[in-house]
Write a protein that binds this ligand. Structure first.
Ligand code: GKR
Ligand code: MG
Length: 433
């Protein structure tokens, strides 16, 4: 069995005006659907980041993939690694999906997911069962809350109804969370911070804690918007709220600043773990993070860590070190959701509910046949179907691809969006507070 077809479909997906320390989400998020076909006629699918940078990386890997046996993944990975330049892979300054240093790894990850889809179909087994067997039958996800402006995303005649409303205060975030938990059944909660004054974000977390109680672990992630002193202030103020199985994610950057926050909080008897998907984004970051005790929970992500197997390896490594492992998310469709769910199911040490942006997209933008993937009590049940367990709706892929080609947008640039829609002078300043 050889891979004889390699097709990429760039797509644009409506996205509401969500805020983070990177700036503002554009009216569309960009994604790429990858389709591989074998000489036996088996099709494997995957989803990757979108835009020019991701398309170029997929083009670069194409010659290594065509003609290859889909089982031949370790040697493909070695080839990609040999072509990958070293250097800083942190996400401090670049939004996920726009870092040229991890573009080869991201392209490999998409190919690996499509190959696991093919292999699963060839042997009649779900992807997670190909990797030593699943640790769980359903992958738990968390309610991922965002401060947001009014608007549902999309543009012109394609503007979307705003299902969620504006959320720029503690009360409106609590309302957002109540709706998300009611719709999806999530049992853990994450707030994207680094947007409002820290005191207001502390108040938001307290309001969530009051509303949901200690049985819903809480996490807050300002994407490095805080200084060490502000991080300490937030850590102290939210000792109780984050201390019940939650965490403080990327309060500051770089790694040394995280280490200082950890050291000083511990000295005050505050054991809240620090998590990261900014300072620790690749295997070669782990030893230093561990040595400095800068990060106690590493956020995996099958998209940029190098695939489902890399997440499995990272989870095992973290477990050995006594660290926790969780999962990062970016805007995504149902194919990525299934890749993440299989990665979680195949990783016994994944004990935190994974992040997902999925609630922020709608049925109008789903490319999976049969529509949106359902959640049961906040989790995605691994389907009893081979491979990733989902197929593409080709009419939808064509619609979203046509939309992509009509748009001028070719990369994610939250800073530019912020200047366009909110504040013409806005700049990303770190630390902001
Ligand atoms: O979508 O604005 C966003 C998030 O801030 C995303 O880009 C982050 O990478 O969710 C991510 C995170 O946990 O840092
Ligand atoms: Mg994060």
């Amino acid at each position: 069995m050889r891979i004889s077809e390699f097709r990429v479909h760039p797509v644009a997906v409506a996205d509401p005006p969500l805020r983070s320390s990177y700036g503002l989400h554009a009216p569309y998020a960009l994604r790429t659907i990858l389709v591989l076909k074998t000489t036996d006629g088996i099709e494997g699918i995957a989803e990757a980041h979108g835009g020019d940078n991701s398309l170029a990386a997929l083009e670069a890997i194409r010659p290594h993939v065509l003609g290859r046996d889909p089982f031949d993944l370790s040697r493909l990975w070695a080839t990609v690694q040999a072509e990958t330049s070293g250097g800083d892979r942190s996400q401090t300054w670049l939004v996920p999906g726009e870092n040229p240093r991890d573009s080869g790894t991201r392209a490999y990850a998409a190919v690996e997911a499509a190959c696991l889809d093919i292999i699963g179909k060839a042997v009649g087994k779900p992807a997670c069962d190909l990797l030593g067997g699943r640790a769980r039958d359903a992958a738990p996800f968390s309610a991922y809350l965002f401060y947001k402006h009014a608007g549902g995303g999309g543009m012109g005649g394609d503007v979307r109804e705003d299902e969620w409303g504006e959320a720029l205060s503690p009360e409106t975030i609590v309302a957002q969370c109540k709706r998300m938990v009611a719709l999806y059944g999530f049992r853990e909660i994450k707030l994207k911070g680094g947007v409002l004054e820290p005191e207001l974000e502390i108040e938001t977390m307290r309001a969530l804690y009051r509303e949901f109680g200690p049985s819903y672990p809480l996490r807050i992630d300002p994407n490095c918007a805080w200084s060490v002193e502000t991080s300490l202030h937030v850590g102290r103020s939210l000792k109780e709220e984050l201390g019940r199985g939650g965490y403080l994610e990327d309060p500051a950057a770089p790694l040394e600043a995280m280490a200082e926050v950890r050291r000083r909080l511990l000295a005050e008897g505050i054991g809240t773990p620090l998590a990261s998907n900014v300072s620790v984004t690749a295997f070669h970051h782990v030893p230093q993070a561990w040595k400095l005790d800068a990060v106690q929970i590493v956020l995996s992500d099958p998209h940029y860590w190098g695939g489902i197997r890399a997440v499995q390896q990272l989870a095992a490594l973290c477990d050995t070190l006594g660290a926790g492992v969780s999962m990062h998310s970016n805007n995504h469709l149902g194919v990525s959701l299934m890749i993440m769910a299989h990665a979680c199911a195949a990783s016994p040490a994944m004990r935190y509910a994974c992040d997902t942006h999925y609630p922020w997209q709608t049925a109008q933008d789903e490319v999976v046949a049969g529509g949106r993937i359902p959640f049961q009590d906040g989790a995605v049940v691994i389907p009893d179907k081979p491979g990733l367990g989902v197929d593409l709706d080709w009419d939808q892929v064509a619609r979203l691809e046509e939309r992509y080609h009509k748009l001028p947008l070719r990369k994610r640039d939250d800073e530019a969006e912020m200047r366009k829609h909110v504040d013409p002078e806005w700049k990303r300043v770190l630390p902001r507070w």
